[in-house]
Design a binder for this molecule. Structure first.
Ligand code: TA6
Length: 300
């Protein structure tokens, strides 16, 4: 079920192509994709994908039914773009990309997929938060699978360092009946001050979890028993996979998540993790880097 605001509060603006139309919600521009292969929505505020549903299947992406659509806030759920830093090592938390307005660069559709590209470049506003020149291009390739690619380019004359994440919220039928494999065995536990831990068992979502896995397999699988499916996640250009579920108490403390929100979501994030702003991945002038995630659904 998509949250009611996606159907009730969406105001149509214009048709862009056979599968793509432009809308707005609370004044924020939203692209809606309705193709024979999938349904999806992307908010230009944050460059934030807020829906993805392959034709004939359940929603793959979770969006909070209390998500706030406002220029000042990051949307709770979907795929927040955390960049150019991950976590609270800078301000705002998780970087400024998820609260910036992204420009629609172009869109294309073939029989195989709908592709939408968005762009964010350095501006007076971004330089007050992060004094660097950059250009970032987000490409969403949507068919029965979803691929999100964040390409970052150092357009300046000095090197800079970055971290970040494609902070995907997955929609699952029931957390306690969901387990995750392929994330690897070594992780640092953010709930225990980054304590290094080892566990080779499948991860069951039955408690508050905030872990940074550093030796994941190429494919991480979310066994979503209740929906009788496996969601596979293949990341590239990252150094870790963060898995997060806020569980009861934290859900209750978040104004933009309902008290039981944690029961139907889990975040599995393509992450470039670093402990502070000065030890991030280095990008030299003129260099590019791509951080991507590819999400598919397997019906056993
Ligand atoms: O990726 C996990 C995490 O960094 C958690 O520590 C948790 O706070 C979460 O992201 C959500 O952060 P947000 O700033 O969106 O509330």
């Amino acid at each position: 079920m998509v949250p009611p605001m996606l159907t009730n509060d969406l105001i149509f603006e214009e048709i862009l192509s056979a599968s793509t139309s432009r809308h707005h919600m609370n004044g924020l521009p939203i692209l809606k994709i309705q193709s024979p292969l999938c349904e999806a929505m992307i908010s230009l505020h944050g460059g934030h994908l807020i829906q993805f549903k392959p034709a004939g299947q359940q929603e793959v992406i979770w969006l909070s039914n209390k998500a706030i659509f406002s220029e000042e806030k990051a949307i709770r759920g979907g795929v927040p773009i955390c960049w150019p830093w991950f976590g609270q090592i800078g301000s705002p938390s998780h970087g400024f990309a998820r609260t910036s307005h992204w420009q629609l660069l172009d869109y294309e559709e073939t029989g195989q997929a709908v592709t939408v590209r968005l762009k964010l470049s350095a501006s007076k506003q971004t330089r007050t938060l992060w004094p660097h020149d950059f250009s970032a291009i987000l490409t969403f390739t949507m068919s029965s699978t979803l691929r999100i690619n964040l390409e970052m380019i150092n357009t300046g004359e000095t090197p800079w360092q970055w971290s970040g994440a494609l902070h995907t919220y997955f929609n699952i039928a029931e957390a306690t009946e969901t387990w995750i494999t392929g994330m690897g065995s070594s992780y640092s536990d953010s709930l225990k001050n980054g304590l290094p831990c080892e566990s080779s068992e499948a991860l069951i979502i039955n408690q508050s979890i905030d872990r940074i896995y550093t030796d994941s397999d190429e494919t991480v699988s979310i066994h979503d028993q209740g929906h009788q499916r496996i969601i596979t996640v293949r990341n590239q250009g990252h150094n870790s996979v963060v898995i997060w579920n806020p569980w009861k108490d934290n859900s209750r403390s978040m104004g933009d998540m309902s008290d039981d929100g944690y029961e139907t979501m889990v975040c599995v994030e393509a992450t470039q993790y670093t402990k502070d702003l000065t030890s991030g991945a280095l990008l030299m002038p003129g260099e590019k880097h791509q951080l991507s995630t590819e999400i598919s659904v397997i019906k056993p």
